[in-house]
Ligand binder design. Structure first.
Ligand code: ADP
Length: 375
């Protein structure tokens, strides 16, 4: 059983040593919403379940002398790694994160609510006495860490595809046997992707990829057919690794008010997924048509598809679906696709594909024709 937070602070004050100890905090911010929507009793039930998952998950990772606490009616759970037997004396940052991850995973599994985590050091008695402030600091620090993680994960995700593409083209050229015209095309694609990587890196210092300023996407437009052709070139080496044919179906001649790099990113992310989740030796198809004043880009694959229950959630940041278990990934690609489509005033959806797998449809606005000036 976890004690309440006040008793934990008193127990800490009574400890003989005066070394800093890590305070680990977990919070269920959605608990308040449960109370509001489903009533107090439902929230109390969820809180009890979370508390028992907390105690059960914490027990095997903690040592005698580590402390846990939770106040009835509160959405906060805390652990203090104060065991005198810890070696080295002060647990490292990865140790704290590992404990938090394990306990948070056990709670989420049980109550299926979003969970915030973080840790901070309690350095002296003053901080022990003001433990509420310590909890706040731990959670603030956790939020900053999550933001940084998401930012770098997004950058990593977006740089990985161009890098794989460039490497694939260079390896094919080194292996030899490619005619001069094709060699030139491969080199041009590799160069274009290297330039795009450079632009991504430059952009990284100006804004987070997850918060591309709407301004950056406005004012420029691109030709859908040309971007689809480029995207197919980019993913060709990835497709070859799995002997997948990337088939370019009919593409309407349409222009959309999306910045060309952002449009390419959207297309590459969708093709990349089609290739990743499609069958070995299968087909991924991409095409575009104009429907109801919009250009609709469809990417089809012959993989396992996406269950109706997951068709909305997979566009969330860091959400990975059931099909992702055996495939590498970060759950970021589709969140970026959604952001690009929506910032341009478009939308993205997924349904079943005639090829048997998933069909992703991105609907983007058509570029308004320039008004003819009145003479
Ligand atoms: P990642 O592929 O890195 O997990 P994404 O954001 O690109 O992240 O995709 C989110 C989830 O959507 C994946 O984990 C996977 O479950 C599902 N998904 C995406 N594309 C496909 C696809 N073409 N076929 C089946 N599932 C897919």
């Amino acid at each position: 059983m976890a004690s309440d937070i006040n008793s934990l602070a008193q127990a800490l004050e009574a400890l003989p040593g005066r070394e800093p100890v890590p305070l680990l905090a977990l919070r269920l911010p959605q608990l308040e919403r449960v109370a509001w929507r489903q009533g107090k009793r439902a929230a109390q039930r969820v809180e009890r379940e979370a508390a028992s998952a907390f105690v059960r998950a914490a027990r095997p990772v903690l040592r005698a002398g580590d402390l846990t606490a939770h106040d009835r009616g509160s959405d906060v759970f805390i652990i203090v790694l104060s065991a005198p037997s810890r070696e080295p004396r002060m647990p490292s940052a990865p140790d704290c994160r590992a404990v938090l991850e394990r306990v948070a995973a056990a709670i989420t599994l049980r109550v299926d609510l979003q969970i915030e985590t973080g840790w901070a050091l309690l350095r002296d008695m003053e901080q022990v006495r003001d433990i509420e402030r310590g909890i706040e600091l731990a959670l603030e620090r956790g939020a900053r860490e999550r933001e940084r993680y998401e930012f770098f994960a997004a950058i990593g995700h977006e740089l990985r595809t161009p890098l794989t593409s460039i490497r694939g083209y260079l390896e094919t050229l080194i292996d030899g046997g490619v005619d001069p015209v094709t060699s030139r095309r491969f080199l041009e694609t590799a160069r274009r992707e290297a330039l795009r990587m450079g632009r991504l890196l430059e952009g990284m210092f100006e804004f987070s990829l997850l918060d591309l300023s709407a301004q950056a996407l406005l004012g420029r437009s691109c030709e859908i057919g040309a971007q689809i052709e480029l995207a197919c070139e980019v993913v060709r080496p990835l497709a070859q690794q799995r002997r997948i044919l990337v088939h370019r179906a009919e593409c309407a001649n349409a222009s959309t008010p999306v910045e060309p790099d952002a449009c390419l990113q959207l297309l590459v992310n969708l093709l990349d997924n089609g290739i990743k989740y499609g069958r070995d030796g299968g087909t991924v198809r991409i095409g575009a048509s104009v429907e109801g004043g919009r250009v609709v880009i469809a990417v089809d694959d012959d993989g396992p598809g996406i269950a109706p229950s997951e068709r909305e959630s997979i566009f969330g940041l860091r959400v990975r679906g059931v099909q992702s278990a055996s495939r590498p990934g970060t759950g970021i690609g589709l969140a970026i696709v959604k952001m690009i489509a929506e910032r341009a005033g478009g939308s993205i959806a997924v349904c079943e594909s005639p090829l048997g797998g998933a069909r992703f449809e991105a609907a983007l606005p058509l570029r308004a024709e320039l008004e003819t000036p009145v003479s």
